[in-house]
Design a protein around this ligand. Sequence first.
Ligand code: CP3
Length: 354
Amino acid sequence: MNELKNDLFLRACLRQDVERTPVWMMRQAGRYLPEYRATRARAGGFLDLCRNPELACEVTLQPIDILNADAAILFSDILVVPEAMGMELTFGTGEGPKFPQPVTCRADVEKLPIPDPEVELDYVMSAIRTIRKGLDGRVPLIGFTGSPWTLATYMVEGGGSKTFSKIKKMAFDDPAAMHLLLEKLADSVAAYLNAQIANGAQAVQIFDTWGGILTTRDYGEFSLQYMQRIVEQLNRENEGRRVPVILYTKGGMGWLEAIADTGCDVVGLDWSIDIDQARERVGHKVALQGNMDPCMLYASPDCIRAEVKDILAKFGHHNGHVFNLGHGITPDVSPEHAIEFFKAVREESAQYHR
Ligand code: CP3
């Protein structure tokens, strides 16, 4: 495999020395970019884009060219896993994801198969191989998945939710059925991530977008436990390099120590915590990724730069920081502001690594 020209991101994940802080952004390939919207139109729709390896590669590379990002993230969606388990998935224009036939009871859970990622998700593996060729070693490629709990919320609610009443009712009334669903998802996701790694993903991130809606007890029982199970099953080395694992629980900043104890390499932060306090709490165990408020990108370029400087100063002269937003970039941000964010991290961070 080709030599990596920029491995700042991988080194920072492993808390090794870097010349400056690497930066990438959740949802960096997305609707805020006119180039993305043009490619999506050529594909037909969002899911067609996910299923087309050439075009998925094209949108994955756009933020590398436009923003100079230090890592690429596979263009796909977390919900392709439940789809591969036989659930019909739709994305209406301007709407969120929908599962028209959601999981409603234990019998529904029992029917779900564990997909073979090389078969049902072969188009993702093909996209990964195409992207690695397209990147030609410029920056590393991050693969990803949703956490079992986060995937289950969409599968049981049938789409997005404000109250999460259906999945919580199922977890409280029939915990055995919920655990069966989460076990199946954990095994599906572990196989899926290992296939991504075998096909060329150089790091992987688990998105636990909805872990934060749980109580502390229920987070341990229904979300963290299953992420740990996945981490324990992953192949952590490929192409002669360690493959870092990033765990990101939005709304989970109260549980940082427990997240860091799973054996992951990096803990993803949302913007609700100061990064110096996060660092104090996890010590030298893991690297940290984050954590600018995504809405800061609506502010002026001067404000964006000041915030970048503030976060860098809070983290201070240490190894193990991957700069990112605290959650994904929103569709109506101006690309110029995103460019300024990346530029500010590159220019302001070198002084912390001398
Ligand atoms: O970060 C990247 O650039 C890689 C691609 C990526 C997408 N989705 C593309 C996408 C990643 C990593 C995801 C993860 C994802 N998908 C998550 C977890 C991360 C998070 O944001 O918390 C979740 C919860 C989903 C499910 C999902 N997919 C939702 C809720 C939506 C609609 C949200 C919205 O903003 O409307 C999607 C659609 C989606 N996934 C889009 C993109 C670029 C927009 C679809 C479009 O082009 O119209």
